[in-house]
Design a protein around this ligand. Sequence first.
Ligand code: SF4
Ligand SMILES: [Zn+2]
Length: 124
Amino acid sequence: MLNCPRCHQSLNSKAVTCSHCGTVLKAYGHPGITLHRATSDQPLCETCSYQADDTCTFPQRPYAKECTLYDDITQPKVVANQRYTPRQNPLQSLKFWCQRNPAWLGLLGLLTASFLLTLLAASR
Ligand code: SF4
Ligand SMILES: [Zn+2]
C-alpha cells in the first residue's frame, strides 16, 4: 500500500495526486510513470533541459538523483504535431497541386484560353 509522502494517508496506486492533501505524486516514483535515476554521482539536473531553460520548480533541483520529469538534453527531440513533408522535386509538387486543385486548374485553363483568343482577335 502506498502512502502520501506529505500527509501519510493511504493512496490508490493509480493516483497521480493525493486525494487527501493534493500533493502531486509523480515525483515519488509513481508506478505508472517512469522514474529516471542517475547512474553516476552526477545529478540528473546537470543534463536536464528543464535545468538548462530554468523552468524546473522541483524542490530537489539542482541535485536530483531521481526524477520523473527528467528530460535528457543530449537526446534529439521529436516535435509533436510536426507535419511530415517529404522533399519533392518541383515537377512532382506541381503534379500533386494539379491533382488536388482541379477547379483552380480549370479556371486557369479558361483564363489562358480567353487571353489567347483576345490576343488573336486583337492581331487581326
Ligand atoms: S526536472 Fe528533475 S532532473 Fe530536471 S531539473 Fe528538475 S529536478 Fe532536475
Ligand atoms: Zn497527502
